[in-house]
Design a protein around this ligand. Sequence first.
Ligand SMILES: Nc1ncnc2c1ncn2[C@@H]1O[C@H](COP(=O)(O)OP(=O)(O)OP(=O)(O)O)[C@@H](O)[C@H]1O
Ligand SMILES: [Mg+2]
Length: 507
Amino acid sequence: MKKYASVHSVSLKGLSATRIVVESSIDTRSVYNDIEIIGLGDAAVKESKRRVRSALTHAGFPFPEGRIVVNLAPSDLKKEGSGFDLPIALSILKAAGQLEATEGNFYFLGELGLNGEMRRVRGVLPMVASLPHGSVVVVPRSNAGEASLVKNVVTYAFDHLKEVVAFLENQIHVDPIEPRNISGCIPVYDVDMSDVKGQQLAKRALEIAAAGGHNVLLIGSPGSGKTMLARRFPTILPPMGEEEILETTKIYSVAGLLPPDGILLERPFRSPHHTASTAALVGGGNDARPGEISLSHNGVLFLDEFPEFKRDVIEALREPMETGRITVARAKQSVSYPAVFTLIAAQNPCPCGWYGDSEHACTCSINDIKRYNRKISGPILDRIDIYVNVPRLTYEEYRSMNPGESSEKIRERVVEARLIQQKRFSETRVRTNARMNGKLLNKVITLDERSESLLKDAMKRFAMTGRAVEKVLKVARTIADLENSERLQYHHLMEALQYRMRSEELN
Ligand SMILES: Nc1ncnc2c1ncn2[C@@H]1O[C@H](COP(=O)(O)OP(=O)(O)OP(=O)(O)O)[C@@H](O)[C@H]1O
Ligand SMILES: [Mg+2]
């Protein structure tokens, strides 16, 4: 005799989900007692049969006699991961007549332990968020936090396969998890800008960068506070909006990096080491996990010791910096993730670190210095809007007990400037001045005669490229926004130009 049943699940490629039918057919006349899984599953899916078999037995269900074929449809779509364990187990139980039929709008996700325990799977948030309104989804308890961010879908969370079956058979009553409201949630950081003494120019530059979404290069001698400043940059950024929280949490869900409560309120701060491979930055591997570039989405990518990064790693930044997305190429397909981040790069001015210091002698030759700085290619430097020197603190600055401005104070000004930009770009998809395209820039920025000739002189004198000039104008616009000035004025442009200067020897 042949028995048949099916249940629904979801499969993920990058951040986009597809609904899957998991069907089981049992040939009870066969002398083989076996499970075969078909439908383009990866190694984890193939191993599922072992886990499912053991889990069913431990949960107290006699394993059906006969040959079982499990098909994951559509069969031409590759399926990855361990999340199909639960739907496979349930479809077998249904086909064997050990579980009553469930309604059509149920979806199941979850890995099973050998003892039947439900285990966390990656990508639950993007999968649940893709389901039609009114769907009912069953997930492992450890995924409940992220699933609770999706409204319009009813989610039940369980610890064990046995409980899922008892629930579906109406033997136990379980309440769905409460949808979580994240609007107005403010992240709490354990560092603050007021921890950094002195460095007024660098702090000002970071405030401008936060206000307009600009990339920054911090140049300074060892121990001057570059890493300290960069770490505090997220604290002066506006809190993420609901949409941003969802976007970022989805990426961390796919990467399997969510905190236990399953939600990311703080803007990401990622600081990959300079020995990191291109794959670690861009993303990759068999399952095309997001790399550091996507994990920085809506936050900060901090590249400390910038010239020490491999050239192809730095070059890989070009695409996402331009488009806000990164493509992870795999054997036969490619996956794309969002990657809108602020780049904060830091470097010493020279290999020994002391070039330009008034007290400490630099031991590098001019050629050493040039070679060191040439490691960062022109096109990448061109994409950085603000260069700022971070000099060694003086004794007076270091010993000063005067706390600087708090992150909260700075953030208030940043938020105001962002609101102005929001209004300005309300009819476009642009969020910040830094992401204006050339056309928008021409529309938004008009220069008076004096500013026009200042720009003309600077362009000639410093051999600035067209892109560099655009950067200056965008930064100038942000400086004007911080002053709530509708008109872009001469002193805004002067300040913006100052952030493009690198000393001659560094070029
Ligand atoms: N401006 C500062 N205010 C307060 N403390 C500072 C400041 N600058 C440096 N320090 C102290 O020195 C330590 C080292 O600073 P940090 O790591 O930020 O230096 P850095 O510029 O990144 O150096 P390197 O070039 O070696 O990476 C900090 O942890 C802090 O204790
Ligand atoms: Mg450092």
